[in-house]
Design a protein around this ligand. Structure first.
Ligand code: ADE
Length: 226
C-alpha cells in the first residue's frame, strides 16, 4: 500500500510515522507513506497556499491550484483508488471504513486548514470525505494520522501477532474483553480465576461473555437489533 498525504504543515505529520508500528510497517516495506508540502506546488514567490474567501467573511480558504498540481503529479505516476479529503463533515471513520480502505492499493489524503478548501477541490478532485469524529480540529493532519494508523495496522504482516487485529474492539461489532497481566493479585485486587484456569474453551467463553457485557454497558449502540 502507498499513502500520499497533502498538507501545508508537513512537520505536524512527521512524528506519528516515525515511531512504533507505523515505522515498522514502513521499514518492512508493507506501506509507503509520502508527505507532500503543498508549498512545493505553488507558483508564486511567497509560496501561497491560501487566500481570502470570495464574498468576504472571516478565515482563509486553501487554494485549489497547489492541491490540483500535487494530485496531477501523483496521478501521472500511478492510479489512485481513493482521494480522501479529511473533513469534520465527512463520513465517520469506523472500523468498517478502515477495513475497506486497508484493501486499497493507493490512497491520497488531503489535509484541510483554515476555513477549509476551495469547494471545487471537493467537487472535482476528491472521491471520498472522512471525519474522525464530531469535533473540529485545527487541521486535517491529526485526522490523517489517525486514519493512516487505523488502516496500516490492518495490513497483513504489520502486527506481529496476526490475530491481534482480529480481536480488536469493533472488529466483530463488540468492544474487546478485559485483559490482565501479572501479578494475579495486587493490593487484594484479583484477576478473574477462569483466566488462570488454563482451560482454553472456558477462557474463550468468558472473553466472549465479557465482550458482550461490556458492549451492552459501554456502547449499547453497537449491538445490532435483529
Ligand atoms: N479536520 C478538522 N476536523 C476534522 C475532523 N473531525 N475529522 C477529519 N478532519 C478534520
Amino acid at each position: 500500500m502507498r499513502i500520499d498525504i497533502l498538507t501545508c504543515l508537513p512537520k505536524l505529520l512527521e512524528s506519528p510515522f516515525r515511531e512504533s508500528i507505523l515505522k515498522r510497517a514502513q521499514d518492512k516495506q508493507l506501506v509507503t507513506v509520502q508527505i507532500h508540502d503543498l508549498r512545493d506546488y505553488t507558483t508564486d514567490a511567497h509560496r501561497t497556499t491560501d487566500d481570502y474567501a470570495f464574498g468576504g467573511g472571516a478565515g482563509m480558504v486553501m487554494m485549489i491550484e497547489p492541491i490540483d498540481r500535487c494530485i496531477q503529479a501523483l496521478k501521472a505516476q500511478r492510479t489512485y483508488d481513493e482521494i480522501i479529503y479529511m473533513s469534520p463533515d465527512g463520513e465517520l471513520l469506523t472500523q468498517s471504513v478502515a477495513n475497506q480502505l486497508s484493501l486499497k492499493e493507493h490512497l491520497i489524503l488531503i489535509c484541510g486548514h483554515y476555513k477549509g478548501v476551495d469547494e471545487r477541490v471537493r467537487e472535482h478532485l476528491v472521491t471520498r470525505e472522512v471525519s474522525i469524529g464530531d469535533y473540529v480540529l485545527s487541521g486535517g493532519e491529526l485526522a490523517a494520522a489517525v486514519l493512516s494508523d487505523a488502516v496500516i495496522r490492518l495490513l497483513p504482516g504489520v502486527l506481529s501477532d496476526e490475530s491481534s487485529a482480529l480481536t480488536d474492539s469493533f472488529q466483530d461489532g463488540l468492544v474487546a474483553p478485559a485483559v490482565y497481566t501479572r501479578p494475579a493479585e495486587y493490593r487484594g485486587w484479583q484477576v478473574p480465576p477462569v483466566l488462570l484456569s488454563g482451560n482454553p474453551a472456558k477462557i474463550e467463553a468468558w472473553r466472549h461473555e465479557n465482550s458482550l457485557d461490556r458492549t451492552k454497558k459501554r456502547r449499547p449502540g453497537l449491538i445490532k437489533e435483529d
